[in-house]
Design a protein around this ligand. Structure first.
Ligand code: NDP
Length: 246
């Protein structure tokens, strides 16, 4: 059951993370919000508090290992334990390889890959010690299938898929009972496209999302479903998107 679970959410300041944070809080989870935009986190935590929920936040750059450790510490100090972490922070500055946007390649590797690794490294000692814990991560349909303009973005999301599946297997083999859930969204209307600087890639994506995009609340529903499963059960992968998107 979600009620009273302590859940850390990265990328909570907008889009999928924000929608998920709101839903989990409404269902009685104690939520710990992380992202870089403090104003958004503060406003969200205040709304949750006003509605009778429990939320704390911390400015978090997921590329910084110490800040990942600090948010786990905040969760423990505030609520006494950590039950789950939703590794959701990410960005998608898509472009063709030939554009050689090497700074953006680095940024995607740092946030989408290393950000997940730092989050896992920060929370694993807690989960291993308590022999339970739930690690959820946002990959993408671009982590299942190759798309033009997505050589690096898709690559980072393929990484998430592999990492999460191996983590699940090893946790089962080691008897730590740490569950994983990897979510592969298709077109979801958020601020994600704002990170695209390549005009061709931006136009293509904006056309696609204008036609098919659905609410981030649909991903929040899936995260809530995963967190509601009984302790002895895991659903490891969810591909979720607009019914109309081919
Ligand atoms: P948004 O741009 O709305 O949200 C991205 C979130 O990531 C923001 O909260 C942002 O917060 C946070 N973030 C970015 N960089 C960092 C960082 N260095 N440290 C901490 N937080 C960071 O887009 P979405 O909600 O769509 O994106 C959420 C996840 O979903 C991403 O991993 C994305 O790749 C994935 N996804 C989205 C799809 C879609 O169609 N929208 C499809 C498939 C996957 P801040 O700027 O405040 O730090």
């Amino acid at each position: 059951m979600i009620k009273d679970k302590v859940v850390i959410i990265t990328g909570a300041s907008s889009g999928i993370g924000e929608a998920t944070t709101k839903l989990l809080a409404r269902k009685g989870a104690k939520v710990v919000l992380g992202a870089r935009r403090e104003d958004n986190l503060k406003a969200l935590a205040e709304v949750i508090g006003r509605d009778g929920g429990q939320a704390v936040y911390q400015v978090l750059d997921v590329t910084n290992p110490a800040e990942n450790k600090a948010i786990v510490k905040l969760a423990k100090e505030t609520f006494g334990r950590v039950d789950a972490i939703f590794l959701n922070a990410g960005l998608m500055p898509s472009s063709p390889v030939s554009a050689l946007k090497t700074d953006e390649w680095e940024q995607m590797v740092d946030v989408n890959i290393k950000g997940v690794l730092h989050g896992v490294a920060a929370v694993m000692p807690e989960f291993s010690a308590q022999k339970s814990g739930h690690i959820l991560a946002t990959s993408s349909v671009a982590g299942l299938k190759a798309y033009p303009n997505g050589a690096v973005y898709g690559g980072t999301k393929w990484f998430v898929r592999n990492f999460m599946e191996v983590l699940r297997m090893e946790s089962a083999m080691e008897g730590t009972n740490i569950r994983t859930a990897t979510i592969y969204p298709a077109a979801i209307n958020t601020e994600l496209l704002d990170t695209i600087t390549d005009k061709g890639a931006s136009d293509a994506m904006r056309g696609l999302y204008a036609k098919f995009g659905i609410s981030p609340d649909r991903i929040a529903d899936i995260v809530a479903f995963a967190l509601d499963l009984p302790e002895d059960t895991t659903v490891n992968e969810f591909t979720v998107g607009p019914a109309s998107q081919p």
